[in-house]
Design a protein around this ligand. Structure first.
Ligand SMILES: Nc1ncnc2c1ncn2[C@@H]1O[C@H](COP(=O)(O)OP(=O)(O)OP(=O)(O)O)[C@@H](O)[C@H]1O
Ligand SMILES: [Mg+2]
Length: 234
């Protein structure tokens, strides 16, 4: 099985008074068609790990492969093109465009990448996250949980190979959270996507209960290491 995402020896220190070592020599691989939960205490480097893995941030040292391509070596705008082609990202803080409607937010990544927008699928995804009929609303008219579901729909609408989701159920009630997790699970099962998700909740199992791998991911100078939980691969 090939790896959808791979990090080797990735380190990231944020400058400033504390010089926080958010990632310290992280080596980890996420196989294609798997659903992995990254778990750990606040400040342990989970968001930094996802951002480096997705090419949204550059590590200080180490290598990152996305879809078999070493993205660390890519310069802009090639890096952005690769990321848009291969990855969808659900940010912890949603990162929606306030001036655009729900519908245009969902289609934005496809428009930016120059791809022909799959409007039927975008509509289906919006229905699946429970936002049918809210297409013309602006993010400012939505609750936190609804914004999070728009962010998820935006990530799914482009059918990316890899979906990075940073606490995608953090602002949702139990029922909505379960639906979001089921949708992510389905992306793995039916679209052969790979999901890497920061969460406080176990990923929903496919068949037998998921297994827990040894924590080889991020470590921090200031806080304990996040752990990885994988549900069964295909
Ligand atoms: N832009 C930044 N500048 C300086 N320090 C940062 C920055 N981003 C993160 N950090 C620091 O790096 C460490 C890891 O942060 P990160 O956001 O990756 O943690 P996290 O595990 O996602 O936390 P949370 O669960 O609270 O979202 C923290 O100590 C944080 O303060
Ligand atoms: Mg975080």
């Amino acid at each position: 099985m090939t790896n959808a995402v791979e990090l080797t020896g990735v380190a990231k220190t944020y400058p400033g008074a504390g010089m926080t070592k958010a990632l310290d020599q992280v080596t980890v691989a996420f196989q294609r068609g798997t659903f992995t939960a990254v778990m750990g205490p606040s400040g342990s480097g989970k968001s930094t790990l996802l951002q480096c893995a997705a090419g949204l941030d550059r590590p200080d040292t180490g290598q990152v492969w996305l879809g078999g391509k070493e993205i660390g070596a890519l310069k802009e705008p090639k890096l952005t093109q690769e990321r848009r082609k291969r990855a969808g990202f659900v940010f912890q803080a949603y990162n929606l465009m306030d001036s655009l409607s729900v519908w245009h937010n969902v289609l934005l990544p496809q428009r930016l990448s120059g791809a022909k927008a799959d409007k039927a699928w975008a509509k289906e995804v919006l229905t699946r996250v429970g936002l049918a009929g809210r297409e013309n609303d602006r993010p400012g008219q939505l609750s936190g949980g609804q914004r999070q579901r728009v962010a998820l729909a935006r990530a799914l609408a482009a059918r990316p190979e890899v979906i990075f989701a940073d606490e995608p159920t953090g602002a949702l009630d139990l029922t909505s959270g379960r639906e979001v997790l089921a949708l992510l699970r389905e992306s793995v099962d039916t679209l052969n996507a790979t999901v890497v998700m920061v969460t406080m909740t176990r990923p929903p199992p496919r068949g037998p209960t998921g297994s827990c791998s040894s924590p080889t991911a991020a470590s921090s100078a200031t806080s304990p290491t996040p752990a990885l939980r994988r549900s069964p691969s295909r």
